[in-house]
Ligand binder design. Structure first.
Ligand code: SAM
Length: 229
């Protein structure tokens, strides 16, 4: 089990998580619907990123924190033998997480609440992973500060994010147009964030990322990479 920081709240399960979503307006029924629809949507999305995830997550070992693991799509790509901890505020993801963890030979320790306040000690995890999460968190800068805080020196944050299309492109206009509706149906997701800028500001010792595109409407442009503490 993770060790709680002395002054920080520690929530060992998801039951209390509904009341721990400050600034999250999504009603309970929408969170439930989102968990189910995310599970369905990822059946189409995952094949397009599987090989990239396999490469990105290869070599991970020790204690791994996943922020916003959702329904647990990354378990299949994570090496066996790691100690996995997830920070996931939507309690309706829990049954999916438990099932996928078991299917792929991992044990899931899920902490409720948001990654803006990770209930783990400083320098206590070997790596942090996150896919399609910085689009959804209320405060990207604070999440990245927390990621950096809990990473051991030399530890890496490995990520994949969908991002804003290049300014002036048709796709950028399309993202702007659908953004308000998208935010509601995708439970707080911003389809046009620029997380590379937040990563550049977050004070990591080294940052590398590449851009790539997937054949999906709205969330087409992506970045993937690593930020080293
Ligand atoms: C688009 S889903 C992606 C889920 C998963 N990582 C994947 O690749 O399928 C965004 C996830 O971030 C979670 N999330 C939202 N706000 C968060 C926060 N403040 N801290 C951590 N996770 C958060 C959501 O509950 C959801 O599980």
């Amino acid at each position: 089990m993770p060790t709680a920081g002395s002054q920080r709240p520690y929530h060992a399960g998801m039951d209390a998580a509904l009341s721990q979503r400050p600034g999250r307006p999504e009603p309970e029924w929408l969170q439930r619907c989102f968990a189910w629809s995310l599970d369905q949507a990822m059946k189409f999305y995952e094949p397009a990123v599987a090989e990239r995830k396999r490469r990105l997550f290869s070599g991970l070992k020790g204690r791994i924190l996943e922020i916003g693991p959702g329904t647990g799509v990354n378990f299949r790509h994570l090496p066996l033998g790691i100690e996995w901890i997830g920070v996931e505020p939507n309690p309706h993801m829990r049954p999916f997480l438990d099932r996928k963890a078991a299917e792929h030979g991992h044990k899931a320790t899920v902490l409720g609440g948001g990654a803006e306040d990770i209930p783990l000690e400083d320098s206590s995890v070997d790596s942090v992973v996150g896919t399609l999460v910085l689009c959804s968190v209320p405060d990207v800068g604070r999440v990245l500060q927390e990621v950096r805080r809990v990473l051991k020196p030399g530890g890496e944050f490995r990520f994949i994010e969908h991002v804003r299309a290049p300014e002036g492109s048709l796709h950028a206009a399309w993202q702007r147009a659908v953004k308000p509706l998208w935010k509601v149906v995708a439970c707080g997701c911003h389809c046009d964030r620029t997380p590379w800028e937040d990563l550049q500001r977050a004070g990591f010792a080294h940052l590398e990322f590449e851009r790539f595109s997937l054949p999906f409407p709205v969330v087409r442009p992506h970045i993937s990479g690593r930020a080293c503490r």
